[in-house]
Write a protein that binds this ligand. Structure first.
Ligand code: FAD
Ligand code: DLZ
Ligand code: SF4
Length: 512
């Protein structure tokens, strides 16, 4: 046996760097489901079922192409419980000349892997993850010497590098970014096509029983399982998105509707992150839809920007700043995460809707994550590490490399503005404008303070007030701080009192 190729649960691609020169006659593959990965945070049941089922299907695909795959199931009696112990046992049994891996997505796992050579006594080759467009070195070079890591400039480099939506040196349509056309609310649309879902096959059904038996205390339900679990099913999701949703993707990108958790979003993050879909190929397919006249530029540019812009950028920031990034707490926020993040039991309809959908589907779209669950935690001064763990647990697309910069940086401003130039703080007015949640809420979004007032309103001003020493110098917050200063003393005090009363109830565990 030449190489023991170890493949992680989010590396399910035949184009993986560790598989590139693999020879089924002399190389073996190792994959393992382990309790340590399933419980280092208590992942959502749907997320566990998705990952394990996808792993089992991918192992089958590798076997079909002739590889010898050593696959350790979670319920195998001999399961050692952790990646390193499984690798050690496999090396003892198989005596490979070397272990070959593609670098993991998380710093924690990379640190572990670096110890495997000593642990097993065979060389460990850690190869770059070529599923990303921008290597660690390229990102470091781009970032070095810059005071602000502005995503928009990084994105332009990625456009040039890939040639996506470029005409020579110029961006298609004369502008790099068409977001000005992308901020519309949405109306319920009974004619909107359904997003593709898949019935559990035999492998998935087995996994669903395993997850229910072993992880019944984790958040979520399993009856709603409808994920693609093979590469070809993921391709079907992509085709459905390009056909049915991409043309309206831009328009409704920031909208939220209580009756429609998915709107025109792609639901592709699960499959891109796990390795089923190649991000560049997804972008090329979207670009082709534009050139074929099937989807407008504002939609296609917006979609491509999320993938070659934001997705690559947050990964770059993660590796630039780890270790230490996940524990940043610029605003010194210390309150515990409220229980309703696990149960959806709150009178605030925006939060009960988004958290309810999260429990049901292990999914929420970007604006829900950013401007509902994220903004509330920011305004209420919740400890960002607890917020980070929650996001990592509850979303089926969450791996630390992508989740942490979005949560610690973008959503909680805990990195002090490295990733975003101002905190995503907003009063109830934003949610009211972009959603229909407020219509049937116990609270009145127009009421500023006192009984029945939307809690976001007082919390917003209280957030600015209590963080004034850290935020009032921020140019992008000059206007709200000027408004705050123009208010009468009584008005300011009434916001403070309203926020304090609400936070007291929140801390006492009352249903708010
Ligand atoms: P679409 O709206 O259809 O977008 C298309 C694709 O663009 C996505 O599939 C995704 O690959 C990419 N994308 C869009 N925005 C981002 C972004 N900010 N960062 C990275 N990629 C992006 N995304 C994750 O993949 N995993 C996470 O754990 C995660 N946590 C988040 C936490 C917070 C607080 C916020 C604000 C965002 C987070 N995101 C995360 C980004 C984004 O919300 C999800 O990628 C998106 O909602 C996935 O749904 P979709 O595939 O339908 O996305
Ligand atoms: C997320 C996850 C889970 C829940 N379980 C496993 C597992 O049992 N085996 C495995 O190889 N990978 C798993 N993963 C994915 C890893 O945690 C992932 O590779 C790291 O988070 C790095 O991105
Ligand atoms: Fe949320 Fe306030 Fe609207 Fe209620 S009124 S849904 S709490 S923003």
């Amino acid at each position: 046996l030449r190489n023991l190729i170890f493949i992680l649960g989010d590396q399910l691609s035949p184009a993986l760097s560790s598989l590139r020169d693999a020879d089924p006659r002399i190389d073996h593959i190792l994959m393992c489901e382990v309790a340590a990965e399933a419980t280092y945070v208590r992942h959502h049941k749907l997320k566990l079922a998705f990952i394990f089922s996808a792993m089992r299907h991918f192992a089958e695909e590798l076997r079909q192409s002739g590889f010898r795959v050593h696959y350790r199931r979670l319920d195998d009696e001999a399961n050692k419980g952790s990646l390193r112990e499984e690798v050690r046992a496999a090396v003892q049994e198989l005596s490979p000349q070397a272990i070959r891996v593609t670098e993991p997505g998380e710093w924690r796992v990379l640190e572990d892997m670096k110890a495997w050579q000593q642990l097993t006594g065979v060389p460990v080759q850690i190869l770059p993850d070529t599923r990303f467009l921008c290597s660690h070195r390229q990102f470091r070079e781009w970032a070095s010497g810059r005071k602000e890591l502005t995503m928009e400039f990084f994105y332009r480099e990625m456009r040039r590098k890939t040639g996506l939506l470029m005409q020579g040196d110029h961006p298609e349509g004369g502008r790099w970014n068409f977001d000005a056309e992308n901020r519309k609310p949405a109306k319920p649309d009974l004619l909107r096509p359904q997003h593709k879902r898949f019935k559990p096959d035999e492998i998935t059904s087995e996994v669903l029983s395993l997850v229910e038996a072993r992880f019944s205390n984790h958040i979520g339900k399993l009856e709603t399982f409808g994920f693609a679990v093979t590469r070809s099913q993921a391709e079907e999701v992509l085709e459905g998105f390009l056909r049915d949703f991409l043309p309206q993707f831009g328009e409704t990108q920031d909208a939220m509707l209580a009756s429609d958790p998915f709107l025109n979003h792609s639901l592709l993050s699960f499959y891109i992150n796990i390795g089923f879909l190649d991000p560049l190929a997804v972008c090329r397919a979207a670009e082709a839809a534009y050139h074929a006249g099937h989807a407008p530029l504002n939609a296609v540019e917006g979609f491509i920007r999320q993938i070659i812009g934001w997705r690559e950028y947050v990964r770059g920031v993660y590796w630039l700043k780890m270790p230490g990034y996940t524990t940043l707490n610029f605003l010194d926020a210390k309150r515990d995460l409220p229980d309703f993040y696990w149960t959806a039991e709150t009178h605030m309809r925006c939060l009960s809707t988004v958290i309810g959908e999260t429990i049901d589907h292990a999914y929420a779209h970007h604006i829900q994550r950013l401007m509902v669950t994220g903004t509330f935690a920011l305004l209420a001064g919740i400890d960002p590490y607890q917020v980070h763990e929650w996001y990592l647990e509850v979303y089926a697309d969450a791996y630390e490399w992508v989740e942490a910069p979005n949560v610690i940086g973008m959503s909680q401003f805990a990195d002090g503005g490295l990733l975003g130039s101002k905190p995503y703080a907003a009063s109830g007015n934003y949610i009211s404008k972009m959603s229909d949640y407020c219509e049937h809420c116990r609270y009145d979004v127009k009421k500023k303070v006192g009984e029945g007032a939307c809690p976001f309103n007082a919390l917003y001003w209280d957030f600015l007030d209590r963080n004034g020493d850290k935020l009032s110098g921020n140019r992008r917050l000059a206007q709200p701080y000027a408004t705050w200063r123009r208010m009468s003393d009584e008005q300011r005090q009434s916001y403070r009192v309203s926020a304090r009363d609400f936070l007291k109830k929140l801390e006492a565990g009352d249903v708010v």
